[in-house]
Write a protein that binds this ligand. Sequence first.
Ligand SMILES: Cc1cc2nc3c(=O)[nH]c(=O)nc-3n(C[C@H](O)[C@H](O)[C@H](O)COP(=O)(O)OP(=O)(O)OC[C@H]3O[C@@H](n4cnc5c(N)ncnc54)[C@H](O)[C@@H]3O)c2cc1C
Length: 508
Amino acid sequence: MMHFNTKMLIRSLQKAKNAQYVFRNASSGLPDLTKDRYPVNRADFATLGDKHLQFFRDLLGPQRVITDPAECEGYNVDWIKAVRGYSTCVLKPKTTEEVSKILSFCNDHTVAVCPQGGNTGLVGGSVPVFDEVVLCTSQMNTIYDINDTSGVLICQAGCVLESLDEALAEHGLMMPLDLGAKGSCHIGGNVSTNAGGLRLLRYGNLHGNVLGIEAVKPDGQIIDLLSTLKKDNTGFHLKHLFIGSEGSLGVVTKVAIHCVPKPKAVNLAFVGLPSFENVLKVLKRAKRDLGEILASCEMIDESTLEVCTGNLKLRSPIPEYPFYMLIETHGSNNAHDEEKLNGFLGDVMDSGLVLDGTVTNEPSKMKNIWDLRERITEGFILDGYVFKYDVSLPIEQFYSLVPVFRQRLSNHPDIVRITGYGHLGDGNIHFQVSCKQFSREILEKIEPFVYEYTSRLKGSISAEHGIGFRKPKYMKYSKSPESIAIMKDLKKMFDPKGILNPYKVLPP
Ligand SMILES: Cc1cc2nc3c(=O)[nH]c(=O)nc-3n(C[C@H](O)[C@H](O)[C@H](O)COP(=O)(O)OP(=O)(O)OC[C@H]3O[C@@H](n4cnc5c(N)ncnc54)[C@H](O)[C@@H]3O)c2cc1C
C-alpha cells in the first residue's frame, strides 16, 4: 500500500473472507420455469426420444451424454436464477467434428439446440427455454498455440477465461478482456456475447481482438475463418457475424485472439466521492492526466457497495461515501506510473473532488479491492431476486436511471434497493432493482420504461450482456426495423429450420 498524498487516509486492507467466486447456487431455490413465467410458446421441434439419444451416445460415448435429471438441472438454470428450462439432455463434444455431427443430426431431425459455455450469461441466452438439447463446450478446452512474438493465442472455445490468462502469463502475455465471471466463463461464450468487461477502456472489444474464428453452422458445415493475421482485407469479414450473435448463427469451436503484453506495472486506486458530479470530473481528469496508462475506470454507488459489505461480508478499505471509483493503471515502468498516479490523486484530493482513498500495487490487496467490484452480481442474488439492466448512456446521464427509478418505484414494500454501478470509462452502467422475490408488478413498472428511457437518450439497451431470451422484443429500442430485418434474413440463411438457440436474440 502506498501513500499518494499525506492528507489522504491510507488504510490497509484485511484479507476478505470468502473471496472465492461462487457461481452456482448463490442462493437456494429455483426460479419458475421460463414457460410459466413468460408468455412464450414452444415451436414445433422434435421431442427427444430413444433414437436421438442412441445417436448421441454412439457419437460421444455415454459419459458425455448427460441425461440424469439432477445433473441436467445446473445446465437448465441461468446464473442469476431468472430463467429455467427443462432440457433432459446435455451433450459434451470434444472436437469440432463432433459438434458438426451433432448439429447436422439435430438439423435433419428438427431437434432444437442451446449452445452453452460457462453459463454465466445474464440475459437468459445460455439455458434452454423449453427442452432444447444443451450443447456444452466444457470439454473443448485445448490451447493449441501461444505465440510470444505476435501475441496470438489459438484455442478451443471451451477454455475458461482465467485459465487462458494463467497460461498466457507464462509467456508474458495477458488476455485483452477481464470480467468478474472469469473463473467460469468460456472464451467461446465471451466471443459469442462480445463480452466487454473491466479493461475494455484500454484494450478494446472482441471485434478488434479476435483475429479468427472456426464455427459450425446449424446444418453441420464447418466454417474455417481461423486467421491469425492482423491485416487481411479479402472480402467480407464473416467472423464478425459470430462475435456477439449469441449462438444464433453457429457454434464457435475455435478462436484466435490477439493478446496483449502483461503489464510490468499495475496500480489500483479506490476512492470515495461525495457526488456523481465529482465522479464525472475525476473521470475527465483521469483520461487527461493518466492518458496512456489508464486501464480501468469503474464506478460503484453506495447502495451497490452494501451488497458486498452487507450480503457478502467483504470489507471496504475506506468508510461509506455516496460514490466510489476504481482506477487501475497498466504500464511498463512502475516509477513512471506511480509518479503519474500520485500526481493525479494528489490533484483530485487537493481540489476536493475526492474525499478519501487508498492505492496499492500489492496483488493480494488489489484482489481484495477488485472483489468489491467483481462480486457485486453474486451479492445481489442474496437480496432475493434482481432485475438487472445493462445499458449504455451518454456520460452526463450515466447515473440518471437510478434517481428516476427511485422516484418511480418509491415506497414499494418488496424492493430491497435500486442501484447503479459499472464501466464508467465506457459509458456502460449496470442498473439494478433488487426485491425480496420476483414480482410481475415491479417488472411491469420497470419494462418497457427502462428501454424507452434509454432509447430517448440515444443509448443502447444492451451495452455488453447481449439480448438473449430477456430482450428480443425490446431490440427495436436500439435498432431500426431495417437492421432487424437484415438480422432476420441472416438467421434464415444460416439456420433455415431455426434449430439453434431458438426464442433468443431476434424478435419473433
Ligand atoms: C459475476 C459476473 C460478472 C460479469 N461481468 C461481465 C462483464 O464485465 N462484461 C460482460 O460483457 N459480461 C459480464 N458477465 C456476463 C457473462 O459472463 C458474459 O456474457 C460471458 O461472456 C458469457 O460467457 P459464458 O461462457 O458463460 O457463456 P454462456 O453464458 O454459457 O452463454 C452466453 C451466450 O453465448 C452463447 N454461447 C456460449 N458458448 C457458445 C459457443 N461456443 N458458440 C456459440 N454460442 C455460444 C450461449 O448460447 C448464450 O447465448 C458477467 C457475468 C457474471 C456472472
